[in-house]
Design a protein around this ligand. Structure first.
Ligand code: GLC
Length: 391
């Protein structure tokens, strides 16, 4: 299989047009709507094919921004009976997803320096990150999420304790707990500041790490816009958040998600320990420790088809358990770029090679068994195209 041809076939097949907008669905049967972080991935992949399509993908994903600045994690466009979850509004969900859109806009902008495009997108970005900074944290500290789905890793074991679940739980139990939380979300009108902090409110490592990285990117975009107040504001918030992460999340050499008050670390060993590499949050020595101790250890993450989303040594590990073990190309993409940032090129190559082998063996599936490479979940799933952005 030629992965470039297959990526393009799927991107075109999964493209939809509605109300004058163009967007891409992650999978035609399992995921027939637009998702926030998926569209960021799509835009990055589309830069390799047609830069105007990449811009359209980002224009559509900001088209349903809330008055308070939030970007919803799902825009339905045309509702079907697939994924019939009531997220509180008619046209979109009422929660967000990992804040990687500044990085996606930068990647598109760097391609052809289209100032008109940046000028169109910048106000939505500025409002979104201001919303995150003002509504999703208290006392200027870490950002919390109101539901596991805001992390993009819906049933990750990092969220078991906050949902009141044991480490080994079935998808049915997990889904029931998350649905019960949606009812709380609705009672709170999805508002962090009034009451959502009383229920779940996990401060997750990848979400906060992506936020640091993207605030820095946003400061660079503000510079291109000639908006010096924004440059200073976003750049300084990035450093404040990086310091909070170090103070509240670091222990035993790695970053852990936290919850409760006073903060407790959630010692569940997942790929999240590698997410800070993407944002450059480890020192070189810390990064080396994390890679040698965990990424290269066959008791933890060094499986034939790396990188499992949960360590083999964690009680929650389930090789076919959605976000509880399988390898996803999206998480591999973050780890790949994180490793290169620190100069671990051989490790990065191994991840690229494993990702490629998975696509060649099992096709563009949603996730993969990290031991056997068996394809799992949705078919014709777009994220496999991120292999083209592993240089
Ligand atoms: C699943 C994933 C989420 C993704 C969505 C659409 O819900 O957990 O990360 O955005 O599917 O692909």
């Amino acid at each position: 299989m030629n992965v470039k041809d297959e990526t393009y076939r799927i991107l075109i097949q999964n493209r939809r047009e509605q109300d004058g907008f163009q967007y891409t669905v992650p999978s035609p049967t399992s995921y027939p709507y637009q998702w926030l972080w998926d569209s960021c991935f799509h835009a990055i992949i589309l830069t390799q094919f047609n830069i105007e399509d990449a811009k359209e993908e980002l224009r559509s994903v900001v088209s349903h921004q809330f008055d308070n600045g939030m970007l919803p994690h799902m825009i339905y466009w045309k509702r079907t009976d697939v994924i019939n979850i009531d997220w509180g509004t008619g046209e979109t969900s009422s929660i967000t997803q990992p804040p990687i859109i500044a990085d996606a806009v930068m990647r598109v902008f760097e391609h052809d320096n289209d100032v008109t495009f940046l000028t169109q997108l910048y106000p939505a970005l500025s409002r979104y990150y201001r919303y995150l900074l003002s509504r999703k944290r208290f006392d200027g500290g870490l950002l919390g999420i109101i539901n596991p789905d805001e992390s993009g890793e819906d049933n990750s074991p990092r969220f078991d304790a906050a949902l009141g679940l044991p480490p080994a739980n079935t998808l049915e139990e997990n889904t029931a707990a998350r649905f019960a939380l949606i009812e709380r979300n609705k009672e709170c009108n999805f508002d962090e500041q009034s009451c959502m902090r009383d229920f779940f409110w996990v401060k997750d490592v990848p979400f906060n790490a992506f936020m640091v990285q993207n605030l820095r990117t946003l400061a660079r975009l503000a510079e291109k816009m000639g908006m010096s107040d924004d440059v200073n504001y976003f750049a300084s918030e990035a450093e404040i958040l990086a310091q909070s992460m170090r103070r509240d999340m670091c222990e035993d050499g790695v970053y852990w998600s936290v919850y409760k008050s006073p903060l407790q670390k959630i010692k569940v060993l997942t790929w999240a320990i590698f997410a800070p590499l993407y944002a450059g949050l480890y020192t070189q020595e810390e990064a080396e420790y994390c890679i040698v101790r965990y990424l290269r250890s066959d008791r933890d993450f060094a499986t034939p088809y790396l990188v499992p989303t949960v360590s083999l040594s964690d009680p929650a590990y389930a090789p076919q358990g959605f976000w509880r073990g399988p390898t996803w190309i999206g998480t591999n993409w973050f780890i790949y770029h994180g490793l290169r940032r620190y100069g671990f090129h051989d490790d990065a190559e191994r991840i690229k090679h494993a990702s490629h082998s998975l696509l060649a063996k099992s096709g563009f599936r949603e996730q993969f068994d990290p031991i056997t490479g068996e394809g799992l979940g949705a078919r014709d799933f777009t994220w496999g195209g991120l292999i083209l952005d592993m240089l």
